[in-house]
Structure formats: structure tokens, C-alpha cells
Design a protein. Structure first.
Lengths: 237, 431
């Protein structure tokens, strides 16, 4: 009886002897998280933004928005060498899968950093975000980015939970043409109507706002956007 | 003294005139243009894929083959032309004879000399029949009205005289001549590699004036892309002399070729070539290329030089070892054995014994660490695993340490990498 298990002991002994001497190839699970490790070194663990205050969160953004951005990098409408080099060789179906993967991640947001700007600047930013400035044909951010500024399906991103430097950088890029979308490029039109102090104010206010408990993007609406916009697909009537 | 000066003053325009005359316009060779049958057009499309014409002639986000893409060279920026059949801005007024002259003699519609960034130094080997097929296919593209942008070459490279002199020195027109001592398959491979595929444009290296003439396949740094195109003639670089034909075909078809305990990958510009070009080639053509590449004469790998500062290198290896354990080992294995999925396919290639790690110069290793990348996404591997870029995570000194550790571990004795090498090769975010 005791001896009938001799082979078990032998096998275990052999495994222990072989174990530490040669670990062998690393075991890697076949998951999108592993396939997309290239994204998360910069965009943070699970795409929840990096601590460097620049690389934005991608987790939970609308899939349509993320997919559009990947295509913009491929087609030269957005420019950032590291992103371009990564997405350049990827086929469309994979880009859609990547966008859907990060869009579906439902992760908590960190509390916003305290704003460095004065109260007047923040108040101005708040007005621009929530009411806009009709005298300058500036729609409010919330007119397109969701009433709670958490985005609107299918392709408009939320504006909360993003680093201030990233927001300033992107608005600046819209103004000087470094960042584009397909025409009609509504965001480029709006950004060019903003002054430098508008950009500072609205970015500072947005970055200082906590993300509401329901951080999900608002459902798609039948309301037409305040101006023609290729990023908002027309709904069939 | 005065007499010399006078002679020089007289001789210079004479020589210049002679150069321009010797490199004069070639007559158009009209031939009975074949009728554009579906077979001819399909063949032309295959040739466009083989030559990867779109890589240069399609701008980022632009209309296919409408040109406009900027190509940086050490002599200035050139802009690829519009190949669509638009009458005013593309090839609309061209005939098959014009097109053949462009490929074969490097001369444009009006006989103007073309800049050799357009690789007519290789395309001159393309047969007239293939040229006609390619042209017939280009005629089927939708015409795009997009004017060509003038090149921005620095003086004196911008002058007709410089181009004429360059062509006299480095360009000989000549269709591919099959070697009767070789098999038809070998000759097909030699034609594809030397003509439409223009592999030598990168893998042959270029001289100081940017010429690939008589380059062979000894490898070379790509002057403006900061990468290294490895030699087909050295076992330690990209030689496939010891590979099976099936392994070579797999690499060009899928972008990866697992061979025993190694997983060969194409990276950087070659991954693009696999994705946009070679994965679409017929298997018979890939096999022909394999036969030809296997037959190339081989050279011994260089003997590693003794270390100049062994203590400093040992310190860098030590530092690199810690960084490797922290950042790399989870995917590439504790001792560079690579990383495998549960079914045994490679997700992360082994680094022990990896030629990309040890080849000289270490440009591609540095670029892999700094920029990461997904490698080639192909029909066979449509969802590749991505290597993260580490340029944001590691300093140049740290990247040099990791690279040096890899190049001095697990039996490797390649030269150490300095932080300055990293600065030179890491690439930039400027695109």
C-alpha cells in the first residue's frame, strides 16, 4: 500500500529538483489585459490614468470615442510619436476590440487635486463649462459632453477625472491644429474661439471637479449637437 | 597660377555640360500596350503590394496612392508623387512607355531626373511586362486631384547637376537577367528581392551619398529612421542560411517564426513591410525569396572586442539586472526564456540568444526598449501582444543598463550600450 505511491514521491522530487534550477519561460495568460500591456505603462494600471499628470485615463471612456482617437493617431489627425508608433500596425478590428475593452472597464476615480487657480478663474471656468458664452457662439461643454460632463454615447468623452495639464495640452492642440478630428471638426471650431485665459479657466475648473457617483457616459440623444460635428454620428430618424 | 585658374574656369562648365549630356533624357520606348485584362490588373496589384508602393505614395490619412507623404533623407525632404490617374496632378497623361521609363531610367513625364528616394536603382530590374501590369492597375485607381509638392532638398543636392552626377556614379539602368545556372525558383527570388521588393534599399546599407550601388546585403543603419537593417550575410544578424524554407516563409507571411526555443519576430520598419507587403505575397513567391536568401554567401560574425572599462560595464550589468527583474522578467522570463501562453505559443520572445539583442549596432534593441510596439499585425496574427514603451519609465542611463545587461547575459558577449547610444537611437515623440 505504502509502496504503491512510490512514483508520486519520485515525481514530486523530480519537480522540486527541476523547479528552482530553471524557471523556464514565463507563463502569460491569454487575455486582452496582457495583450494590451503596452497601453497601461503610460495610461496607468488598467488604463486609469498615470500619476505623471499627463497621460489621460482611458478606462470607461465611450468606445466610439476611443476608437476614433486610435484612428486619428493612425491617420495623422492626432500626433504623439509614442502612440503613433504603437497603433500604426494594428488592423481596424483590433482597434475596435481595444476601444471596447477599455470602455468596458468600470473603475473608481481618484479624488481631484486641489486647484491652484484663484476663485474668479474657477468661477469663469464653471460658467464656460455649464453655460458657455452665447455672445461668442461658445456652447457649454455640457451641451455635448453630457449633462454631468461624464460624456455622451456613442463617441463624446467625459471631461471629469482628467489631469489639468492634459486638458490644457489638448485644448492648445485643437487651437494650433496639432489635434484634429474629421470635418466638420466641431471641437477645433470651439477651441479656436477660446482665449488663453478661457483655456486655463475651463481646464482648471474641470480638473478640480469630483467625478459623480454615476461616472458613466449619458445615453445617446436624438437632440442634434449645437454645431455640425463629424464625431457625433447622425441618428437615423 | 593664373593659367590654372583659367583652365578651371573653362573646364568646370565643360564638365558640367558633359555630365548633364551623358545623363540625358532617354527616348520613350513605345510598345504595343497589353489590353488591361482582369488578369493583368490583378498582377499589377500584386506588384504594387510587392513593392509596397503605398508606404511612400500614400500620405498618413490621405487618399491611397495620391502621394504627398514626406520622406526625410539626409539631403532634405522629398515628397512622394501622385500615382492616381488624375490628368493634371497624377499619371493621367502618362503612357505605359512613360511609366516604364520612370521605373527603368528614373525619369519623369517630361524626362526630368527623379530623385533616387524613388528606388529606381532597384526598380530598373523590373521587366517591361511587369511595368505594364503595374501601370494597368494604377489606371484603375480612382483619380485624386492632389498636386505634387516640390522637394525640399538642400543645395547642392537640389541641382540637376548634382543629380546627374549622382546618377552617372551610382545608377546603371538594366533589366533583371536570370542566371541560367540557377533554378527558375531562385531566379524568381532574386528578381523579387532585387527588383520590386527593393530589399537592398535598407538591408544593403547606403554610402555617404545615399547610394545602394553594389551594396550586397551586409546590413546598414537607415539614415533617417534610426534603425538598423540587419545583414542577410551574418548568422548573428538576419541570415536565414540555416533556416528551413518554411520558417522563412512563416516570418514573411505572419511576422513571426517560432523555431524551437527561439521566436523570431519582425520589428520596426520590417514589421510594417510584413504587414503592408510580404504577408500579401503568394506563397510561391515567398518560397522563391527563401530559396534565394538561403543561397547568399555568408560571412563570419565579428569577434567580440575586449571590454575597455570592465569595471564600469560590470556595474552597468548589475544595475541592468535589477531593472530587468522589475520591468522585463514577468513577460520575458527570469533568465530571458521568453513568455508563453498556456497553449505554448510565444507571447513575449525569448531574449537569451536573441539576435536583435546582440546585433551590432544595438539600435534596434534600444528602440525596442524605448518605443515598445506590437510588431506586425497580420492575417495570421491579428491581435498581437504589445511590448510597452519604456522611454517614459526608464532614464537613458537605465535603458543603457538594461540593454547592456541583456547583451552580456546568458552567454552573450556583445558590446555594452552607453547612455549616449540610447540618446541617439531612442527615437522621439515628434513623429
Amino acid at each position: 500500500m505504502r509502496w504503491s505511491f512510490w512514483w508520486v514521491w519520485c515525481a514530486m522530487g523530480a519537480m522540486c529538483a527541476a523547479g528552482p534550477a530553471s524557471a523556464g519561460p514565463a507563463r502569460i495568460e491569454d487575455s486582452l489585459a496582457q495583450r494590451l500591456a503596452a497601453c497601461t505603462t503610460c495610461h496607468g494600471k488598467e488604463g486609469r490614468a498615470a500619476p505623471d499628470g499627463y497621460h489621460p485615463r482611458i478606462a470607461g471612456k465611450p468606445a466610439g470615442y476611443l476608437y476614433n482617437q486610435l484612428r486619428h493617431f493612425q491617420d495623422g489627425r492626432r500626433r504623439y510619436g509614442a502612440m503613433v508608433a504603437l497603433v500604426d500596425p494594428l488592423p481596424d478590428a483590433y482597434l475596435q476590440e481595444i476601444a471596447a475593452y477599455f470602455a468596458a472597464l468600470d473603475l473608481p476615480y481618484a479624488a481631484p487635486l486641489a486647484a491652484r487657480e484663484d476663485a474668479a478663474t474657477l468661477a469663469r471656468g464653471r460658467v464656460l463649462a455649464l453655460q458657455g458664452d452665447p455672445s461668442r457662439q461658445l456652447p457649454a461643454c455640457r451641451a455635448c459632453h453630457g449633462a454631468a460632463l461624464t460624456g455622451q454615447l456613442p463617441a463624446t468623452p467625459g471631461l471629469l477625472g482628467l489631469p489639468r495639464d492634459y486638458l490644457v495640452g489638448q485644448l492648445g492642440a485643437w487651437v494650433n491644429g496639432q489635434r484634429k478630428a474629421l470635418a466638420p471638426d466641431c471641437m477645433a471650431t470651439i477651441a479656436k474661439r477660446l482665449s488663453g485665459s478661457d483655456v486655463t479657466a475651463v481646464a482648471a475648473w474641470l480638473a478640480s471637479q469630483p467625478v459623480p457617483a454615476d461616472s458613466h457616459a449619458a445615453p445617446a440623444t436624438r437632440e442634434p449637437p449645437p454645431m455640425a460635428c463629424a464625431s457625433v454620428p447622425k441618428r437615423q430618424p | 597660377m593664373k593659367r590654372w585658374l583659367l583652365a578651371l574656369l573653362l573646364l568646370t562648365p565643360l564638365l558640367a555640360g558633359l555630365t548633364l549630356w551623358l545623363d540625358g533624357e532617354q527616348p520613350l520606348q513605345d510598345a504595343a500596350a497589353p489590353s488591361p485584362t482582369p488578369e493583368l490588373i490583378a498582377r499589377g496589384r500584386g506588384l504594387a503590394l510587392a513593392g509596397n508602393c503605398a508606404a511612400c505614395h500614400t500620405a498618413r490619412g490621405g487618399e491611397p496612392y495620391a502621394g504627398g507623404r514626406a520622406i526625410a533623407t539626409p539631403f532634405g525632404t522629398v515628397y512622394a508623387g501622385n500615382l492616381t490617374p488624375d490628368a493634371d496632378t497624377g499619371l493621367g497623361r502618362w503612357t505605359a512607355a512613360h511609366f516604364w521609363r520612370a521605373l527603368h531610367h528614373g525619369q519623369g513625364f517630361d524626362g526630368r531626373r527623379l530623385v533616387p528616394a524613388f528606388p529606381y536603382t532597384e526598380f530598373t530590374r523590373i521587366t517591361r511586362a511587369d511595368s505594364d501590369a503595374l501601370f494597368a492597375w494604377l489606371r484603375t485607381l480612382p483619380a485624386v486631384r492632389q498636386a505634387n509638392r516640390a522637394h525640399e532638398l538642400r543645395w547642392p543636392y537640389s541641382t540637376p547637376l548634382a543629380l546627374a552626377g549622382w546618377r552617372l556614379a551610382f545608377f546603371r539602368a538594366g533589366e533583371f537577367q536570370p542566371d541560367p545556372a540557377q533554378t527558375p525558383e531562385w531566379n524568381r527570388g532574386a528578381y523579387l528581392v532585387g527588383g520590386p521588393g527593393h530589399c537592398v534599399a535598407c538591408h544593403g546599407g547606403r554610402n555617404a551619398l545615399g547610394a545602394t550601388a553594389d551594396a550586397g546585403f551586409g546590413g546598414g543603419l537607415m539614415p533617417t529612421r534610426d534603425g538598423y537593417a540587419p545583414a542577410f550575410t551574418r548568422a548573428g544578424e538576419a541570415s536565414v542560411a540555416a533556416w528551413t524554407e518554411a520558417d522563412i516563409v512563416a516570418l514573411l507571411k505572419t511576422g513571426a517564426s517560432p523555431r524551437g526555443r527561439a521566436d523570431f519576430r519582425t520589428t520596426g520598419p520590417m514589421a510594417e513591410v510584413v504587414m503592408r507587403s510580404t504577408q500579401h505575397w503568394p506563397e510561391s513567391d515567398l518560397r522563391a525569396v527563401a530559396v534565394f536568401l538561403k543561397s547568399l554567401p555568408q560571412q563570419p560574425d565579428p569577434v567580440p572586442e575586449p571590454l575597455r572599462e570592465p569595471a564600469l560595464v560590470a556595474q552597468r550589468v548589475q544595475q541592468g539586472s535589477g531593472l530587468y527583474a522589475d520591468h522585463c522578467a514577468a513577460c520575458h522570463g527570469e533568465a530571458g526564456e521568453g513568455g508563453q501562453l498556456p497553449d505554448g505559443t510565444w507571447a513575449a520572445p525569448p531574449l537569451a540568444g536573441n539576435r536583435l539583442v546582440t546585433q551590432e549596432p544595438a539600435a534596434n534593441l534600444v528602440r525596442s526598449i524605448a518605443l515598445g510596439g506590437f510588431g506586425a499585425a497580420t492575417e495570421a496574427r491579428p491581435r498581437p501582444f504589445g511590448m510597452p514603451p519604456f522611454a517614459h519609465v526608464l532614464s537613458e542611463e537605465q535603458m543603457a543598463a538594461v540593454a547592456t545587461y541583456l547583451r552580456r547575459s546568458w552567454g552573450a558577449q556583445a558590446s555594452p550600450v552607453q547612455p549616449l547610444d540610447v540618446a541617439r537611437w531612442r527615437g522621439s515623440n515628434a513623429d
